[in-house]
Design a protein around this ligand. Structure first.
Ligand code: MG
Length: 203
């Protein structure tokens, strides 16, 4: 399986990163070794001193597809959850300054904790789903898929022009504003609406 991710999909996050809006979704990938499941702890890596959380809605692809039209994209996923797109911000900043690819800041081992999947049919409208992250019991990020610049269907259509989607692939759909650092000992709990989908520690 592979993990595809969208950067800069909520305008308030684009502002906080002092970045610019793009006319197409900005896509990057994480390998299978980035996946962290079942609330296992995240071990703070030695190579960074500025690991940031980015809380995102994640969709799981349920069939093979290529060049999917936005109209049919909803047929290609039936489960969603929340995930953390862990980012080594210090490394990303250095790479961006030099105009270099920033893969290592995003795709390192265990950089993609993914929560328990929920059925899409549990929600009246996937384009209006609230989600949040609590850090040590305090809410630090709140998002609503209604605020996405590119909708889930638009993202699926776009990425499938370049990458054949296969069953089990995961798509991280971008973070709202409020990203910030984690420390060893932190507890991260992610919720979709009022349902907890993730609860793990940084070790
Ligand atoms: Mg992200």
């Amino acid at each position: 399986m592979k993990i595809l991710a969208v950067g800069m999909n909520y305008s308030l996050h684009v502002e906080e990163m002092k970045d610019i809006l793009s006319s197409d979704p900005i896509i990057f990938t994480k390998p299978e070794t980035a996946l962290l499941l079942n609330n296992k702890p995240f071990f703070y890596p030695d190579f960074s001193s500025e690991i940031h959380y980015e809380t995102e809605i994640v969709v799981r692809i349920n069939r093979i597809g290529k060049s999917i039209s936005p109209r049919f994209a909803h047929r290609y996923y039936s489960e969603i959850t929340a995930g953390i797109d862990f980012t080594a911000r210090d490394i990303q900043r250095k790479c961006k300054e030099k105009g270099l690819p920033w893969d290592i800041s995003k795709a390192f081992d265990n950089s993609a904790p993914v929560g328990r999947m929920l059925a899409k049919t549990d929600f009246a409208d996937v384009n209006r789903i609230r989600f949040r992250l609590d850090l040590n019991g305090n809410t630090v990020q709140e998002g609503n898929t209604a605020d996405m610049i590119f909708s889930i269907d638009r993202i699926i259509a776009h990425v499938s022009e370049f990458f054949t989607l296969k069953t089990g692939d995961l798509i991280f759909t971008g973070t709202p504003n409020g990203v910030g650092p984690v420390q060893i000992g932190d507890r991260l709990q992610a919720y979709i609406e009022n349902e907890q989908v993730m609860d793990f520690y940084v070790r």
